[in-house]
Ligand binder design. Structure first.
Ligand code: ADP
Ligand code: MG
Length: 685
């Protein structure tokens, strides 16, 4: 149970003044459904304004506060802007420019002949100075005094900066004082503020110590939770499983296993033979051959007389794994079933029966396979195909119920840098598939400007005329969903004009049936071009698809690009990946795309991307979902995680039940960051 103290933070955002259903929507979209989320919606940056007496003291591009008196208004014909010409104390003229509906407000706020205090960015338009959509217009200078430093928040459509700032203020006012969970000596050494103060300060200006403290909290929560899982796992009873090899001997794999695959299988077998449950991570790049390792491990469980379950993150992937595993396992005669949330009625009943009576040996599905209603005769092994880095711990929790804990193998396709492995997976044992199956072709990767899109489309035409298939990927970022979806649909429409029914579209908001139907058409080869948002990242194995176009490639995280690219180069034909880039790219963006061109080694890409992006990056990773953290940035993870890890270790060694006052505070921390599955594992917790 969540401690009462935290309740004010966990109420829905519509409890705040002024939030109705209309405002709640964009808040939810930004991930701000609860008061706590708003309190933690830290500014992306701050505007630093310079108060000037007149425009001679300001330079173009600068954020300023200045007194101006409107002297003239110019509404342009049609859809052009509305301009208020205003004069400073020296007689310099500056246009205050408004587009669209904002001009109505402007008319009211800026009566002719009356001095106003204006905050905004001074720009130049031809020979004219202008401020486009001033941030503030006030009658009295005192009202701008506190606004020389102002936070800038990430927004969604329907939200404005002042709106969000107001909600943040309300959320912060509701934040309770909480007991300290950080080791006092560390707090002192780092000169970190207390939790509530840190939260306030982080919204006020660029307060590095406050930001670090908040990030540290998150890292500590994560380290603690993962350690508790590990700790609890150590004390749990598992069943030693020893396969006799009878089923594995019947497999007729069309290839020999790589050394890395053999080694990993050996490590897994070794773990499964132990009396306490396995907790192992199989890390291997896209295409490294994790599926076979999973299959062999599951066969060990079946040989030993138990069942195995494989958890996939999405329906599509569950289906694909099912098809692959069933095909590969056919010669062994084991019974493989697919179970997803969509199974209803008789079909569902029959699978549930099969799991209880043990006639199903291997079940593959989404999280539905762990619902309360699902009982196993004897579940010996759980394989979690994570692909994405979220909530491995939480998924592990699913396996830690019941009298005897099954062995657990988590698989990830994200070759994250070593420092981040610890952050995301704690002290799990790791097997690395660091050797690709032989005969893999290099994927010819090119960076192409969007200006050349006509050539790219012609390229696709030649490509499919040659009997092959292609992916066309459009970016999809949560914050930008509306626009991104529209862009993907527009691209689909234009390709459809050219290629007709040979094009299918798949995106996250499509009904599952339609999505499956489209995927099916592509997988079977009826459709030649699959236009998709990033849903294809997880899963999809179509060896005949040998061309991938990724639009606005600069907007993707490198790990994501790498995973996407891994969808091609799966067959024997030469594969090509075209990274379409926008017209203007930052230096870092150029380097990042160049790195993609240069190497196909996922581990190297991960390490170098981390370096290229370096410190101070507030966005990016979170947007692209590469990090399991909401507060901590990559830079903070690297600097602070080792501290958090040691601190967590120390706390657990001293007070494994989290019963001391500091332990109690740490429990609060775990709830605050929703790592409470860690707490639940504590005996009596
Ligand atoms: P991932 O690690 O991305 O899940 P898969 O398990 O889907 O990779 O394997 C990718 C492809 O490589 C599959 O077509 C699989 O059959 C093939 N494969 C796996 N292991 C080997 C191997 N040792 N030799 C040759 N091909 C292999
Ligand atoms: Mg896979």
């Amino acid at each position: 149970m969540r401690p009462d103290q935290l309740n004010p933070l966990f109420v829905e955002s519509d409890a705040l003044d002024g939030v109705g259903p209309k405002l709640f929507k964009p808040l939810e979209k930004l991930g701000l459904a609860r008061v706590k989320d708003i309190a933690y919606h830290l500014p992306e940056r701050f505007v630093l304004r310079h108060a000037v007496d007149n425009l001679d003291q300001a330079s173009v591009g600068e954020q300023i506060v200045v007194a101006l008196t409107p002297v003239d208004q110019r509404a342009s014909a049609g859809r052009g802007p509305y301009r208020v010409m205003a004069q400073d104390s020296l007689g310099n003229i500056c246009a205050l420019t408004y587009f669209g509906r904002a001009s109505y407000t402007a008319r009211k706020q800026l009566p002719l002949g009356e001095k106003r205090w204006i905050a905004g960015r001074l720009d130049q338009y031809g020979q004219m100075l202008q401020i486009v959509h001033p941030d503030h217009v006030e009658e009295e200078s005192s009202r701008l005094a506190g606004k020389l430093v102002e936070p800038v928040y990430r927004l969604a459509e329907g939200l404005t900066q002042p709106r969000v700032a107001g909600l943040v203020a309300q959320a912060l006012a509701r934040a309770p004082e909480l007991p300290e969970w950080i080791e006092p000596s560390l707090l002192e050494r780092q000169k970190w503020p207390a939790w509530r103060d840190a939260l306030m300060l982080a919204h006020k200006d660029e307060h590095a110590a406050a930001r670090d403290r908040l990030a540290y909290d998150e890292l500590l929560a994560s380290s603690l939770a993962l350690m508790l899982v590990k700790e609890s796992n150590r004390t749990r009873r598992g069943q030693p499983l020893q396969g006799n090899g009878s089923l594995r001997a019947k497999l007729q794999l069309p290839f020999g296993l790589t050394g890395a695959q053999k080694r990993s299988i050996g490590e897994i077998e070794g773990d499964m033979a132990q009396g306490h449950p396995m907790l192992r991570l199989l890390q291997g790049d896209v295409g490294a051959g994790k599926t076979v390792v999973a299959l062999e491990s599951m066969l060990v469980a079946v040989e030993a007389g138990t069942q195995a379950a494989m958890l996939a993150p999405t329906e599509i992937l569950a289906r694909q794994h099912f098809e692959t595993i069933r095909r590969l396992a056919a010669p062994t005669g084991v019974n493989v079933a697919l179970f997803t949330g969509r199974d209803k009625g008789k079909a569902r009943e029959s699978i549930l029966m099969g799991l209880v009576d043990g006639s199903i040996d291997i079940v593959i599905g989404t999280h539905a396979i762990f619902q309360e209603a699902v009982a196993y005769r004897n579940l010996g092994l759980v394989v979690i195909d994570e692909q994405h880095r979220f909530g491995v711990g939480q998924r592990l929790m699913l396996t830690q119920k019941g009298r005897v804990t099954p062995h657990c193998l988590a698989m990830t396709a994200t070759p994250i840098p070593r420092t981040l492995t610890l952050a995301q997976y704690g002290e799990m044992d790791v097997s690395r598939l660091d050797e690709m199956p032989p005969g893999r072709q290099a994927i010819d990767t090119r960076v192409v400007s969007i200006d050349r899109i006509a050539d790219v489309v012609s390229g696709i035409e030649r490509h499919i005329a040659g009997g092959q298939q292609a992916y066309w990927v459009c970016p999809m970022v949560r914050e930008n969903e509306g626009e991104d979806l529209a862009a993907a649909e527009a691209r689909y429409a234009s390709l459809k004009e050219r290629f007709g029914d040979a094009v299918v579209l798949v995106h996250g908001q499509l009904k599952p049936e339609l999505k499956d139907a489209a995927m099916e058409r592509f997988a079977s080869g009826q459709a030649k071009v699959l236009v998709a948002t990033t849903v294809i990242e997880v899963g999809v194995d179509v060896p005949n698809a040998t061309l991938m176009v990724i639009e606005q490639a600069e907007r993707f995280g490198l790990a994501q690009l790498h995973q996407l690219r891994g969808r091609v180069g799966r067959g024997s034909e030469k594969s090509v990946c075209l990274l379409l880039r926008g017209a203007e790219l930052s230096e870092t963006a150029k380097q990042r795309l160049a790195l993609m061109r240069e190497t196909q080694d996922g581990f190297r890409i991960a390490e170098e991307d981390l370096e290229l992006r370096g410190g101070g990056e507030l966005l990016g990773t979170r947007q692209s979902g590469e990090s399991a953290f909401n507060v901590a940035t990559l830079d903070q993870i690297q600097r602070l995680l080792p501290l958090a890890h040691d601190d967590a270790r120390l706390l657990i060694d001293r007070d494994g039940g989290l019963a001391s006052p500091r332990g109690e505070a740490a429990r609060l921390l775990l709830y605050l960051f929703e790592r409470d599955w860690g707490v639940q594992l504590l005996r009596g917790g």
